[in-house]
Ligand binder design. Structure first.
Ligand code: NAP
Length: 571
């Protein structure tokens, strides 16, 4: 939906009698008219130094010139495409320090002449040191005089006639200098971001608008995506905070002029800023373009998910124009539904598939069912899905690759087929989500299952649903099984010295599968090996379920070795 200037004109049709409201609308109409005239003018004659790519920009935030130089060298090594000199971090700032820093940056980058933004942020907008307005403006004017490509000033500060006149004069004397007019909201969304965007473009139409706000939920990001989608030319629009992280990555797909990345976590200048290394290596920033298809893991929390690392590595290896994102969807059914509808209403975002994990596996099943999508029959029985496919036309398909991944891990490690599960006595420890997927898959394959759980009532419920037996954890001392599967979190990092089954109960003719994958060699598996029992680790289950997802996402086989390697490297 296009809600740009034309959308605003539509609203004017209902102008009321209220004089104050009328005056405000009249002012808006005037602004809009001026804005359109300037757009036309600049569209025809063009402006200096127009940019079309998305620059991976590293902010340099240091207290003194020497430390700034170190940071600039690190940014050059890291592959920065633009430098932002955040001179509000410099102690005892003056215009000559900024000139020196610009010249040092030029020296460090040598022949590779990369553009420089000079920013002297006010504290109200996230600046580090409270320098007076006059000094901040003088510093920016000085930066233009020595050839900085961009200066960034808050739109709010530019409204002062004195500041405006000084900046415009300096811009007119600079052959290439451009002005970024920025607005920030560190608490949440802007009241009316489109209006703010229009105002910025009206007050100085040659400006590059920068609108940045904190996303308190991933659903807050869609307003920023919409503004990027419905505007063109140079603009910088993204969201801060963990919930806004995706907006920094897909800024390139949506054609923003800049995305900011820090050298490391310590030097980040805004909440949610990624490091240049993660952006380039993990999210393959260099390969993103407007055609890139999007995938992601819907989770809460999402930051520590290993899925982006393994899927992006495989997309990269197969040279697929696909990108896999961590999608932090906080909340329950309502927030999940809103997120999915936000995606489905914006086909241009090109989302094609999702992994789904805690706490949304059931929400995903319900959402796809309600939207007349296809749900794999066993996933219905399990009551959870972990994979959603989304077609270009917006139709949905849902699967559960957890059970298939687990069964494949067991059959391949034990050199058996799924038919061999028939009547096999299997002990499943745990009665949570993973246990449920395994119990459904194994009972479907005809196994003779007994579920052991700390909370016996949960074991009883699960057992009655799938026609198996159950017992409390204490009964494990009488365990009789060819295969034991740990589906609890016992033994998982950081409690790596714990095991759900004491060593004396393990036997040589027993195969042991631990679904815990961090660490990959749990105490349970180490002790089973000491007893010469066959073992299957959680890494192989994780890799197998991810391979199944990859096949669903791409129609091709994943590189299993690469997935295992990346997973182990990231654990
Ligand atoms: P879940 O739904 O929360 O279930 C956790 C299970 O662990 C419940 O049965 C719970 O018993 C039991 N449990 C937890 N702490 C315990 C303790 N101290 N003593 C005894 N029992 C305890 O979690 P889930 O989604 O099923 O995940 C379980 C584990 O599977 C995870 O920790 C993870 O390591 C592993 N996993 C592996 C993969 C893979 O691909 N390899 C994927 C996902 C998960 P109660 O019912 O009594 O609370």
């Amino acid at each position: 939906m296009h809600t740009g200037p034309l959308g605003t004109l539509e609203r004017f049709k209902g102008v009321g009698n209220c004089p104050a409201g009328y005056a405000a609308r009249l002012r808006e109409t005037r602004e809009l008219f001026v804005h359109l005239c300037f757009c036309l003018l600049f569209g025809v004659v063009g402006v200096k130094n127009r940019i079309t790519m998305t620059y991976l920009t590293v902010p340099i935030a240091a207290k003194d010139i020497e430390s700034a130089k170190e940071q600039i060298k690190a940014a050059q090594k890291g592959g920065a495409e633009m430098i932002e000199l955040r001179v509000d971090y410099l102690d005892q700032l003056n215009a000559s320090m900024v000139r020196e820093l610009i010249s040092e940056t030029r020296n460090i980058f040598g022949r590779k002449k990369l553009p420089i933004i000079v920013t002297c942020r006010s504290v109200r907008h996230g600046g580090e040191i409270a320098y007076p307005d006059q000094l901040r403006v003088n510093v920016l004017v000085g930066a233009l005089q020595v050839g900085a490509e961009f200066i960034d000033l808050e739109y709010e500060s530019f409204l002062s006639t004195e500041n405006k006149e000084k900046i415009i004069r300096a811009l007119s004397q600079s052959s290439k200098g451009r002005l970024i007019l920025s607005a920030h909201n560190f608490n949440g969304k802007f009241d009316d971001m489109r209006k703010l965007h229009r105002r910025i473009m009206t007050v100085y139409p040659a400006a590059i608008p920068k609108l940045v706000y904190k996303a308190n939920h991933i659903n807050d990001c869609f307003e920023a995506f919409d503004l990027l989608h419905s505007t063109s030319g140079e603009r910088i629009i993204f969201c801060m905070g963990q919930a806004g992280l995706v907006s920094r990555i897909i800024a390139k797909k949506l054609g923003a002029m800049v995305t900011f990345a820090s050298l490391d976590e310590k030097t980040a200048t805004a909440p949610g800023q990624l490091t240049i290394d993660r952006l380039k290596k993990l999210y393959r920033f260099g390969d993103i373009n407007s055609e890139t298809e999007l995938y992601g893991v819907i989770a809460f929390p999402a930051a520590h998910s290993l899925s982006p690392a393994i899927h992006n590595a495989c997309f990269g290896k197969a040279r697929l124009n696909k990108l896999y994102l961590p999608l932090l969807v906080e909340g329950g059914k309502a927030e999940f539904g809103l997120f999915m509808n936000n995606i489905l209403n914006r086909g241009w975002l090109n989302f094609r598939g999702f992994s789904v994990t805690i706490p949304h596996k059931q929400n995903a099943l319900n959402f796809v069912g309600k939207n007349q999508g296809f749900v794999e029959p066993l996933a219905k029985k399990i009551g959870a899905v972990n994979t959603i496919l989304c077609s270009r036309a917006g139709t949905l398909k849902a699967y559960n690759t957890d059970y298939a991944g687990a069964l494949d891990a067991i059959t391949s490690k034990l050199c058996i087929t799924r038919n061999d599960f028939k009547d096999m006595p299997i002990a499943v420890i745990g009665a949570g989500g993973v246990s449920r997927a395994l119990v459904a898959g194994l009972s479907d394959a005809g196994a003779d299952l007994k579920i052991y759980n700390r909370t016996v009532e949960k074991a009883r419920k699960l057992a009655s649903e799938f026609g198996c037996s159950y017992a409390p954890l204490e009964d494990l001392e009488n365990i009789e099984a060819n295969l034991v599967i740990n589906c609890t979190s016992i033994g998982m990092h950081p409690d790596i010295d714990a095991t759900p089954l004491p060593k004396e109960l393990l036997k040589k003719d027993m195969a042991v599968f631990d679904t815990v994958y961090n660490p990959s060699k749990t105490l349970l598996l180490q002790q089973a090996k000491q007893k010469r029992a066959k073992t299957v680790d959680g890494v192989s289950m994780f890799v197998n379920q991810a391979c199944e997802q990859f096949k669903l996402f791409t129609g091709t086989e994943a590189d299993v070795k690469l997935m295992s390697r990346v997973l182990k490297e990231n654990l």
